[in-house]
Each structure stands twice: as structure tokens, then as C-alpha cells.
Design a protein around this ligand. Structure first.
Ligand code: PMV
Length: 326
């Protein structure tokens, strides 16, 4: 059986930062994201009884043992859920600059989960799929849905209530995201390691947990009322709070480079001139700027003037998982 799925990446407005269970990928807080239209991954999975091991092809290249093992370990979770026994050929094409902080893991793992579940031929719900994608990469749980999405952390030890839910459809509020690339460098502290170190050693982590709960309430209120200023102020503050926890870790670390700060300052200066955009940053040096359609071009032009800016990928709000015919 063979199936092909497309999953779009997402940008968290309220960040997932911290796990309470490393193995099951259970978070310490709810998070909230927007799915993006231009950055996505297409993945096909074929379970085949003639294969003697899993094979993984990424962007046309057969991957080495290390990369293939990661995919294989995730496929083992799908096989345990579906009863599928065969090995698989996985063929993936990324339309995301990998490891540049553009959350390629979200679209990659969501597409892999969807194609593998479908190819196994069993019935499954979107909740099942979100729970499965979560166990590949937490942020992938949110890429199952389009529009605005909340990942509810759940309470149960087995993770069965920890999955994403859609909170506003793709076309309900037209916001834009400019993904600003300041470096192609691969990140130094992967999100998985960064979160773990923060949870275990940062005295600021307790403060984060208190703050994130309040930020989530504000963000949901803003989305409900389509209040862009409230949403923007909340998302920028939440990103800064997340990054503050890393400075308190031991050993401390930070995802920003001087170029990151230059873009952050530019966004704040634009606001002083009445051009309203707000930044957010994930586990890497690149910056995403959220704005309304009528300000997008002005912000794009201004950011393009900054010497450290290498590329800008303008996005609209995107759809959830789609299955592709071949
Ligand atoms: O699930 P991961 O490993 O892609 O971690 C995501 C962590 C952040 O991007 C920093 C926040 C988020 O909610 O996406």
C-alpha cells in the first residue's frame, strides 16, 4: 500500500517549550499556532513485503543510517498503532529551508505520519493523526490542521488527551507571516535538547509556565475578537519569555545572533512609525514577522533593506493535511 501526503509547517504564537514526558512527547503547556501556506513537505510512504529494511529518500537523495534510523523509529510507532508489519520506502520532498529555524520538523513529521497511517490502510481520525505526529515532533501535532490551531497538553500519563484542535479555519482571518532568514547555518542547540536543559536547570522555567498560561488566554481572546494589536503584543511577549528561559539554563544558551536582534529592532522601529508588525522566534536565529495584509509590502520593503537579511519568505495562513494522488 502506498500513500502521499502534504503537510504545511506552522509558527507558534504561543510556544511549546518544555516536556513533562520525553518519551511520549508530552508538553508542560498548551501552545497555539498558525499553519503557513508556502512552507510544506510532500511525503510518500509505501509498505512493501519485499523490503528487508526501511529506506528514506529526502529531496532525491538516499539518506544514511543515522537519518533513516530516525524515520524508522517513528515508523515503528505507526506500525505499533496500525498493526502494519512490513518495512517502508519513504520519499520526502521539503519545500522548507531545513534547520534554518523554519520548523521543518513540524511539516516533515506531520507529512510522514499522515502518509504512513494512510498507507497502512487502517481507519484513523485526525486526533489519532495529531497524537501520532506529536510522537515524532511536538510541533508536528499542530500541522494536522489548517488555520489557527491549539495543541492541548492533556493530563493523562498515556498521552491520549494530548493532541491539537482547530480553533479558527484558514480563511477566517487573513494574517501574513514574513519568514526572515538571517543565516543558513544549522542550529547549535536542537529544540529537543534546549527544552530539556531549560526544564532541568533554568530557574526561569517556573515563571515561564505561569506566564504562558496567561498569554494563551490573551491570544485566544485576540483571535476570537480578531484584535490584531492584542494578538501581536501577546505573541511577541510570549516569544521573548520563552527565549528568556534559555539564558537562565545551565550551561546557558541563546538562539539569537546579532542579525536576529537587528531584525527585532527594525520591527519595533517600524511600529513606532505606525507600521504594525510583531516578531516571533523559534529555536534558531531566524525571525518571523506577523502582520496584516495592508502592511505586508511596507514591512517586506523595510526588512529587505537590512544588510543581514538573506531571504524573506512571505506566507499566508495555510491548510491542514492533504492527501495527494499519484
Ligand atoms: O517540536 P519541535 O522539536 O519542533 O519544537 C518546537 C519548539 C518551538 O519551535 C521553539 C516552539 C513551537 O511551539 O513550535
Amino acid at each position: 500500500m502506498r500513500a502521499k501526503a502534504r503537510a504545511h509547517t506552522n509558527i507558534a504564537l504561543i510556544k511549546y517549550w518544555g516536556k513533562r514526558d520525553e518519551k511520549l512527547f508530552l508538553p508542560t503547556n498548551n501552545s497555539l499556532s498558525m499553519t503557513l501556506d508556502k512552507l510544506y513537505t510532500d511525503t510518500s510512504v509505501e509498505f512493501n513485503s519485499e523490503l528487508t529494511e526501511d529506506q528514506f529518500v529526502l529531496d532525491g537523495e538516499t539518506m544514511d543510517v543515522e537519518e533513516t534510523t530516525k524515520v524508522s523509529q517513528f515508523l515503528d510507532k505507526v506500525r505499533a498503532f496500525t498493526g502494519e508489519k512490513r518495512f517502508a520506502l519513504v520519499d520526502s520532498v521539503n519545500h522548507v529551508p531545513i534547520a534554518a529555524g523554519f520548523a521543518s520538523s513540524a511539516s516533515g513529521l506531520a507529512a510522514l505520519a499522515a502518509a504512513a497511517m494512510k498507507a497502512s490502510g487502517v481507519d484513523f481520525s485526525e486526533k489519532d493523526l495529531s497524537r501520532m505526529a506529536r510522537q515524532g515532533s511536538g510541533s508536528a501535532s499542530r500541522s494536522i490542521y489548517g488555520g489557527f490551531v491549539e495543541w492541548q497538553m492533556g493530563e493523562l500519563a498515556d498521552g491520549s488527551d494530548s493532541h491539537a484542535v482547530p480553533i479558527l479555519p484558514q480563511d477566517a482571518w487573513d494574517l501574513r507571516v514574513l519568514s526572515v532568514e538571517v543565516t543558513h547555518e544549522v542550529k547549535k542547540v536542537l529544540s529537543r535538547e534546549g527544552m530539556k536543559r531549560t526544564v532541568e536547570t533554568s530557574p526561569f522555567f517556573d515563571g515561564w509556565l505561569k506566564a504562558v498560561a496567561a498569554d494563551l488566554v490573551e491570544a485566544k481572546r485576540a483571535i476570537e475578537a480578531r484584535d490584531f494589536t492584542l494578538l501581536g503584543e501577546t505573541l511577541e511577549r510570549n516569544a521573548l519569555r520563552m527565549h528568556a528561559t534559555t539564558l537562565g539554563a545551565n550551561p546557558p544558551f541563546m538562539y539569537w545572533q546579532s542579525s536576529t536582534v537587528k531584525v527585532m529592532e527594525a520591527v519595533q522601529e517600524l511600529r513606532e512609525q505606525g507600521i504594525e508588525g510583531y516578531f516571533t522566534i523559534d529555536a534558531g536565529p531566524n525571525v518571523k514577522v506577523v502582520c496584516q495584509p495592508d502592511q505586508e509590502q511596507k514591512i517586506l520593503d523595510a526588512l529587505n533593506e537590512i544588510d543581514v537579511v538573506q531571504n524573506i519568505y512571505p506566507c499566508k495562513i495555510g491548510p491542514g493535511i492533504t492527501y495527494l494522488d499519484e
